[in-house]
Ligand binder design. Structure first.
Ligand code: G6P
Length: 487
């Protein structure tokens, strides 16, 4: 049956596992966005989530025709998928939007890049075709993230009757970084996005970047940014030269808005108080003793700036030796995108630097850094509960939900050290200690200030941080976009 509301995302709400007997079982994914989106979709009759089959077990499920209600997985050729996901989405678009290139060496746009771009186009095309097939007349389609930037344009060609939204969970590159892309590729990217009626970002900064970087023209017409001072009607006009050459005709308007995703306090607190988390908390308490804790939790991700965070902690122990033996840095850096050599190397550097700090300052009864590179959500939640200080210092980040989660869960109240690079900075700056992500000395000083902050002030600030963090929980975030799209 055709669907009225469709979500498209690379990662789906569930994955399959294949046991030794060849039996498939489905597992729901964790994470605020997945559970929030699933909850929101559950309230919509005939909603459908289209995602890629990510593992061999997922592909096997598709081949056997196994599926869960409300989910359709696409079995994309593994080589095409690898080029699209690792080769373009995570190596080119992610690096562009996060400004991560080591510019003397990268990027290199050569024949190999072109080959991968073709795969990225094919992968986006597969999503557009599946959506076109499944959507009811006039249905609302909400496409997620940089993996699927070309879907709105491709889908509009197939199904002009649909209402199409796209949401970017990363930052959007500033125009000078976007201009690093070859001209034709940049145009494809921008026009792909502009197939949408509505484009969403987590932060005002990213939406303005999109608008200022999207001015472009080609045979499709002219994209004209529209940035009025009175905010709501921001977006991009599509114009086309009239056939008789007599001026331009306005074709369509793509609205560009920010919807800053927040956390669901009740759900998160319930998760953080499961017996499994209580056990992890007891174990962590035994390791940490009477020390204060500086907590960080990230994927081992280049944009998260874990190395400069560790350098700042080392500088703190050097310039404020009074903290030696009185503080522990709990750094959880769980594995991510390990198919990419640069991520593996980064993970290794995190391990090495933490080991150096432990070797330099550690004593028989005090280990300064406890690093965990396991994907252990229960341990992360236990660390949240224990946090005296939260360190969130990305160089650039679409939102960073950890900055919002820790204040909601921390038991005694925590001081948040937050970099200007996080999308969350816009909402949390008032009650955080804010730093430039590159300024290690300032970060070390902010950690010192955070550790010495009086308990009453910490608690007050945490209350306000938690209120800001929960302003737009996932379900409301989704509903707001859906309503705007239908209006
Ligand atoms: C970011 C992206 C998401 C992505 C997540 C995890 O938050 O915006 O789309 O799912 O990272 O990355 P992964 O490559 O493991 O899906």
């Amino acid at each position: 049956m055709a669907s009225q509301v469709l979500v498209a995302a690379n990662r789906g709400p569930l994955s399959y596992a294949l046991d030794a007997e060849g039996t498939l079982s489905a597992r729901r994914g964790g994470g605020g966005l997945v559970s929030g989106l699933s909850a929101a979709l559950a309230t919509q009759p005939e909603a459908l989530w289209i995602c890629a089959a990510l593992s061999e077990a997922d592909r096997e499920a598709v081949r056997r025709g196994v599926s869960e209600p409300g989910v359709r997985m696409l079995d994309i050729d593994p080589a095409v998928y690898d080029d699209a996901y690792n080769g373009i989405a995570n190596s080119v678009l992610w690096f562009t939007h996060h400004h991560l290139y080591d510019v003397p060496r990268e990027p290199v746009f050569d024949a190999e890049f072109r080959r991968r771009w073709d795969s990225y186009t094919a992968y986006n095309r597969a999503f557009a075709e599946a959506l076109a097939e499944e959507a009811a007349e006039g249905a609302s389609v909400l496409v997620q993230d940089y993996h699927l930037a070309l879907v709105p344009g491709a889908l509009r060609e197939l199904r002009p009757d649909l209402r199409i939204a796209h949401f970017t969970h990363t930052p959007w590159a500033s125009w000078d970084f976007l201009d690093m892309l070859p001209d034709d590729i940049r145009r494809q990217l921008v026009w792909g996005m502009l197939g949408a009626d509505q484009l969403g970002f987590h932060a005002w900064r990213w939406s303005v970047n999109f608008i200022t970087g999207s001015n472009t023209d080609d045979e499709r017409g002219i994209a004209d940014s529209y940035l009025p001072s009175g905010v709501p009607e921001r977006g991009v006009w599509h114009r086309k030269l009239r056939a008789d050459g007599g001026g331009y005709e306005k074709k369509r308007f793509t609205e560009v808005r920010q919807y800053p995703l927040g956390v669901d306090a009740d759900e998160l607190r319930a998760l953080a108080h499961r017996p499994e988390v209580d056990d992890k908390l007891a174990a962590l308490r035994a390791e940490v003793g009477d020390c204060q804790t500086i907590v960080r939790v990230d994927r081992t991700e280049l944009s998260k700036n874990i190395l400069r965070g560790l350098l700042a902690y080392r500088e703190l122990l050097t310039t404020h030796p009074e903290w030696r033996g009185r503080v522990v840095h709990l750094a959880s850096a769980y594995p991510s995108r390990q198919d990419l050599a640069v991520y593996r190397a980064y993970t290794e550097s995190v391990r090495e630097l933490a080991a150096e700090i432990n070797a330099e300052f550690g004593t028989a009864d005090w280990q300064p850094v406890l690093v965990s590179v396991e994907d252990d959500f229960a341990r992360s939640l236990a660390a949240y509960r224990l946090a005296d200080v939260a360190l969130v210092n990305p160089v650039r980040d679409g939102m960073n939900l950890v900055a919002k989660e820790i204040p909601v869960v921390s038991e005694a109240g925590c001081a948040l050290v937050l970099s200007t690079g996080a999308g969350a900075y816009d909402e949390l700056r008032g009650d955080a200690l804010t730093v430039s992500p590159y300024d290690v000395t300032a970060t070390a000083e902010a950690l010192h200030e955070a550790l010495t902050m009086p308990a009453a002030e910490r608690a007050e600030r945490t209350k306000r941080l938690a209120a800001a963090a929960t302003a737009l929980p996932p379900k409301a975030w989704f509903q707001a976009q859906l309503e705007a799209l239908r209006a």
